[in-house]
Write a protein that binds this ligand. Structure first.
Ligand SMILES: Nc1nc2c(c(=O)[nH]1)N[C@H]1C(S)=C(S)[C@@H](COP(=O)(O)O)O[C@H]1N2
Ligand SMILES: [Mo]
Length: 318
């Protein structure tokens, strides 16, 4: 991602060309000293494949629809982007321990027949949580394969009845600097904001996520409720949501606000449209160090979603 004030953040943490594994995270995961780390072949410089806690047996040997293996629980919960807790990949897991995801209230507002403050329990009561394995493709050109737990966003949308004026949905992350040390600095303009066009929000692949590996998500992954839109770059997946607003105009999402030259509203994964500072044609599938995977159009979900962008200039609508 690009940062407005480059002096705030070490360049090693913002460029995809840099060493991508947080050194401390790697050492902790591998359980070896720095000397052994330096001597290890690059291909073995991986996050630990041993999971720190028991994951339900049904995930053993689970693969994606493209026959990909899943990233480990440790990969998914120790290598994160959540700038509210700091810009380093290990910062969210290090700093999110004091965050309190319960009790939790989501404000639903705007062009909707049933606005209100909804308790998390009330949002979850009528839905059935399911496990969905999706690729997560970060704009920084790394990716993981993650078994999310959640429910389709359309179930919540249909329940609250948007009016005919609702053309977009805007989501906001909580602002709680006492519990989120990154929010005590002007890393981004808080709150973190994201948005979807209504047809994207209603698409059956679009998920409201409560967990990973069949368990409630740890705070660093956006507890208690975050968005996942698998055909878009990871930054669309706004975490720890407290506001869902139905609006007529396209919302100004955080990364477009920070740098509209590099980021737009749609953020559809597209190997043919490079980031201004790097190629998007390939990606590093964690835990490897190499750009060992070709990036797929719409992150591999083109058959399900390409029709929504028919006729749009995908270079312009980045
Ligand atoms: N509120 C908030 N949401 C956020 C971010 C953030 O910094 N703040 N980072 C985004 C980015 S860039 C990515 S790649 C994903 C990472 O999700 P994960 O840590 O669960 O893998 O979260 C997204 N959601
Ligand atoms: Mo990202």
């Amino acid at each position: 991602m690009i940062i407005r004030r480059p002096t705030d953040i070490a360049s090693s943490e913002i460029t995809p060309e840099s060493v991508y594994l947080n050194r401390r995270t790697f050492i902790a995961a591998a359980g070896v000293g720095a000397a052994a780390l330096a001597a290890a072949p690059a291909g073995l410089r991986a996050l630990g494949s041993d999971d720190p806690q028991e994951v339900p047996a049904r995930f053993q040997g689970m693969r994606s629809e493209l026959n990909e293996s899943l990233n480990s629980y440790r990969d998914i919960t120790a290598y994160n982007n959540f700038y509210e807790f700091g810009t380093g990949k290990g910062d969210p897991s290090d700093n999110a321990g004091d965050f309190k995801p319960r009790p939790w209230t989501v404000s639903i507002s705007g062009e909707v027949n049933k606005p209100g403050d909804y308790q998390l329990e009330d949002i979850l009561a009528p839905v059935t949580l399911e496990d969905r394995v999706y690729r997560l493709r970060c704009v920084e050109a790394w990716s993981m394969v993650i078994p999310w737990r959640g429910f389709p966003l359309y179930e919540l949308i249909n329940r609250v009845e948007p009016t005919g004026n609702a053309k977009f949905v805007e989501f906001r992350t909580i602002v709680r600097p006492e519990e989120m040390p990154g929010q005590r600095a002007a890393i981004l303009r808080w709150p973190y904001v994201e948005g979807l066009r209504m047809d994207e929000a209603l698409h059956p692949l679009t998920l409201m996520v409560t967990g990973v590996y069949g368990m409630d998500a740890p705070n660093q992954n956006g507890a208690p409720l975050r968005l996942i839109v698998p055909w878009k770059y990871g930054f669309k997946g706004v975490k720890s949501i407290v506001s869902i607003r139905f609006v007529e105009e396209m919302p100004l999402n955080t990364w477009q606000q920070e740098n509209s030259f590099e980021y737009g509203f749609y953020a559809n994964v597209n190997p043919e449209v490079d980031h201004p500072r790097w190629s998007q044609a390939r990606e590093r599938r964690l835990p490897t160090l190499f750009q060992n995977h070709p990036t797929l159009m719409f992150n591999g979900y083109a058959d399900q979603v390409a029709h929504m962008y028919a006729g749009m200039d995908l270079e312009r609508w980045k």
